[in-house]
Ligand binder design. Structure first.
Ligand SMILES: Cc1cc2nc3c(=O)[nH]c(=O)nc-3n(C[C@H](O)[C@H](O)[C@H](O)COP(=O)(O)OP(=O)(O)OC[C@H]3O[C@@H](n4cnc5c(N)ncnc54)[C@H](O)[C@@H]3O)c2cc1C
Length: 799
């Protein structure tokens, strides 16, 4: 196959990726991406001199532009924590499984009695508690309050109480303890080792919350994958159809399966990963090879990042993206450091001015919004910023960087809310995963029942379940989790019957879904110098400022000499209309412009791939952004479930971490917990009818073998999910006659405590039935109501 310029295009082999479409191509499972192979070109002699003469790089941070850096280190951690010191246990048994020696705390009231150096131990403990609080903060927990999820899960019985302060310390402790060794399954007993016995309930509450919400014991370590909860015989938590095997769908499916639900994943492509795609590129006689991340690539902030946890579990060392990013002028000269700093400072000032303006506007007229581009342009003229041609190019480079971070043109971004997620930004280094992010995907997809090439066309939902149609097949479930990208929802390719609520449809329309594209080029050798991970290129034409404005060097991590050129903003849209060959030639021109003046020859590439995320029928774009008229609330609206049957996950449902891989991951975890909550409230109708009452009774007996409380012939099972006095309890009363008989009732923990204070079963029964009006019934009359209580008990008892 010859291309128009006579260069041979690769026809074969390595690619069966489906998402990278050539110009005019339509997706089919086997189509080749628009890639240009140079393997047949004259080989470059291998004795070329190593690259020399590169200008020493400047130390600079070129990252996604973030405006507000909230003070992540709380000033009052210690103060808040001191209340909690007392919940930690003296002389915990050291556990060989954990390396987190700092949390093997020896403290608490007893410690203060026995240790003469009490003051020092107090301060040591306070430090430990501080460290654990910081770990919790990095994971997204507020310093001294509960998250909405915790409140919803009734983690404590009284908000704002001492119990809450203690709970927070216990929760942070358990979290930090698991994070210290993420390859093991942390059991509740392990968690109890370092907490004083009287706070068992807090441990239970915090442990269950963290487990069910995917903050501990998640991921791909063998010890973690092994554990799967089975609902008690005769009970089912229901089955869930997950649409999409991207990061959010995969982790949700994995978590749901581990929590005891039945799951099937329907994926339109022939592979998992969605917008995470590592393409193996090869070429040359020596078999040069590298893995190119064509979608999500950088872990943007490693502190608390769940993807960092997966990497640790897989033993994959992370590569920190180095903060060196030389910028080159079109003639190849490096931008003067002073001018660079001056323009960067001016750019930041412009953004500050826009911030002030928007604050004033929001105070005055709440609903008015304009584009960030308009506002910046106006200030740029007023303050006469960057009037000199070089300065203008530099400023355009920063704007391109911002358009890259938001996958959008400045003219589309909401001035009011474009950076609404900044306060939550993950801290720490930005990192690459050597060998590509698909390593994580492969591990996540292992053993999950995924049906590929199942493009979902329709979702029907009603009060009794869901039907999902893909091709000619129908899938029945209790619930469906839709994780398709916002671009697919916008396109309306999936029909929802009944239609989604208007409020959700409006949010889908309002939020933006933008474009970022990449050209990945494999060279026979690294000619640009392996000591940097990024370099930038300035353009004279402001309309094309995003065209190959930034290069990622993947030499250190991809296994071979690979460069990835980014195309953002308007250029990214135009790029999809250019032929791949034209694009690669343009990249090579730019590279030659940069390196030839330094005496460095740019070799012919071995292989190149151009992405077309905008034309990809499984995403129709790259990632979400806040468009004019939209706000962060729209992410929340996208996350709302419909009728407790249709659930939504994916990066565009995550207000705090949108447009990122970790945001997608966390949204999957969030929805798994949400689905579990709903499932627990509901016993699967299908399973219920298949279960004989006799089978149920034997399950009940099993639970009552070890009641939480027993007095006289009364046995009680508590709801392990809550310590609230109003939480549910199941009472069983044993009546002795010719044959012993069991009667049951569902009541509150408060009432149980009252009963336990009475003497004699007769007065207890009288109080129960006469004073409290509670009916004692046979099991058959109660079984349906206690399904969710039982699944909680089962979960709690099996860990
Ligand atoms: C070019 C590019 C660069 C990026 N760079 C970064 C980065 O450096 N760092 C970062 O953190 N993030 C980055 N991201 C964003 C990140 O990749 C995404 O936020 C994340 O991967 C989204 O995961 P998801 O599960 O929400 O969606 P997806 O991964 O898109 O998963 C959705 C799945 O649904 C499937 N699907 C769609 N329609 C249907 C249908 N009708 N039926 C069945 N299945 C369907 C899709 O095939 C896909 O597998 C980048 C994205 C792109 C495109």
């Amino acid at each position: 196959m010859e291309t128009s310029s006579g260069l041979p295009a690769e026809t074969s082999d390595t690619v069966n990726s489906d998402e990278i479409l050539g110009q005019g191509n339509q997706h089919n499972g086997n189509s080749c991406p628009p890639q240009v192979a140079f393997s047949d070109l004259p080989k470059i002699s291998s004795d070329l001199p190593p690259p020399t003469g590169t200008t020493p790089p400047q130390v600079k941070r070129r990252r996604r532009r973030k405006r507000f850096f909230t003070d992540m280190i709380p000033t009052s951690v210690s103060a808040a924590a001191v209340t909690g010191l007392r919940v930690l246990r003296p002389n915990p048994k050291p556990s060989t499984a954990y390396s987190y020696s700092e949390t093997e705390l020896a403290t608490g009231d007893d410690l203060f009695k026995h240790h003469h150096n009490r003051r020092r131990r107090m301060s040591d403990l306070a430090k430990e508690v501080d460290v654990e609080a910081l770990i919790a903060i990095s994971v997204g927990f507020p310093v001294d309050s509960l998250t909405e999820e915790e409140i919803e899960a009734n983690a404590v019985s009284q908000i704002g109480s001492v119990e809450q302060a203690n709970y927070i310390v216990v929760r942070n402790h358990i979290l930090a303890r698991w994070r210290s060794n993420v390859t093991v399954w942390l059991t509740k007993d392990h968690a109890l080792e370092s907490i004083r016995a009287e706070h068992k309930n807090l441990v239970h509450s915090a442990y269950t919350f963290l487990l069910q919400h995917g903050y501990i014991n998640f991921g791909v370590a063998p010890a973690i994958k092994e554990v799967k909860f089975k609902p008690p015989e005769g009970f089912s938590k229901g089955n869930v159809i997950v649409i999409g095997a991207g990061l959010s769908g995969l982790i949700a499916a994995r978590q749901l399966i581990s929590l005891g639900l039945k799951v099937v994943v329907l994926e339109g492509r022939a592979r998992p990963g969605g917008r995470v795609r590592s393409k193996k590129m090869t070429g040359g006689q020596n078999g040069v090879a590298a893995a190119a991340d064509l979608g999500g690539s950088v872990l943007t902030g490693i502190n608390g990042n769940p993807l960092g946890v997966l990497a640790r579990q897989l033993g994959v060392p992370l590569h920190k993206v180095r903060d060196i990013c030389p910028l080159y002028l079109p003639n190849g000269r490096t931008v003067n450091a002073d001018i660079d700093s001056k323009v960067e400072a001016s750019f930041n000032k412009l953004l500050d001015r826009v911030c002030k303006l928007r604050q004033a506007m929001l105070d005055e007229v709440k609903s008015v919004d304009v584009s960030l581009g308009t506002a910046l342009e106006a200030f740029r003229h007023v303050y006469r910023v960057a009037e000199d041609p070089q300065e203008q190019m530099l400023l355009d480079w920063h704007l391109a960087n911002l358009e890259y971070a938001n996958a959008s043109l400045m003219s589309n971004l909401s001035m009011a809310f474009w950076d609404q997620d900044d306060p939550y930004e993950m801290g720490g280094d930005h990192c690459f995963i050597p060998g590509g992010n698909e390593r994580l995907i492969r591990a996540l997809a292992e053993d999950i029942p995924i049906f590929y090439d199942r493009m979902v066309e329709s979702v029907r939902y009603a009060t009794d379940g869901v039907l999902v149609y893909a091709g000619r097949q129908e899938y029945q479930g209790d619930m469906v989790l839709c994780t398709v990208p916002l671009g697919v929802l916008k396109k309306g390719n999936i029909e929802f019957v009944p239609e989604l609520p208007q409020r959700k449809k409006d949010a889908i329309d309002r939020l933006g879904f933008g474009l970022l594209n990449k050209v990945a080029i494999l060279f026979p050798y690294d000619f640009w110098g392996g000591e940097i991970d990024t370099f930038g290129h300035l353009t004279e034409d402001p309309n094309m400022r995003g065209e190959f404005f930034l290069f990622y060097s993947y030499s250190s991590v991809s296994g071979g000499p690979l460069l990835i050129a980014l195309v953002a903003g308007e250029a990214a849209v135009k790029f999809e209309k250019m032929s791949p060959l034209e694009s690669v030639v343009r990249v090579l021109e730019i590279l030659k412009g940069i390196f030839s003046p330094k005496g460095i020859a740019v070799p012919d590439p071995l292989q190149a791939v151009c992405t077309r995320w905008g034309q990809d029928q499984f995403s129709y774009g790259s990632y979400s952004y806040v468009a004019i008229g939209a706000s962060g609330d729209d992410y929340d609206i996208l996350a709302e479930s419909v009728g407790d049957r249709v659930f939504f996950a994916g990066e565009a449902t995550n207000k705090q971490y949108p447009a990122t891989m970790h945001g997608a991951f966390l949204s999957g975890m969030r929805e798994a917990a949400h689905i579990l909550r709903v499932a627990d409230r509901r016993v699967s109708p299908a399973e219920k009818s298949n279960t004989s009452s006799q089978e149920n009774v034997s399950v009940v007996d099993k639970f009552f073998d070890t009641p939480d409380l027993k007095f006289g012939n009364f046995s009680v099972l508590y709801d392990p999910m809550s310590t609230d006095l109003e939480s549910n309890c199941l009472i069983r009363v044993e009546l002795h006659g010719e044959k012993s008989l069991h009667l049951y009732c569902l009541t509150s923990r408060r009432l149980v405590l009252e009963l336990s204070k009475l003497e004699g079963d007769l007065s207890r029964t009288e109080m129960l039935t006469r004073d409290f009006g509670v009916k004692l019934v046979g099991w058959n009359n109660l079984s349906a109501a206690v399904g969710s209580l039982f699944t909680s008990i089962e979960l709690a008892r099996s860990v």
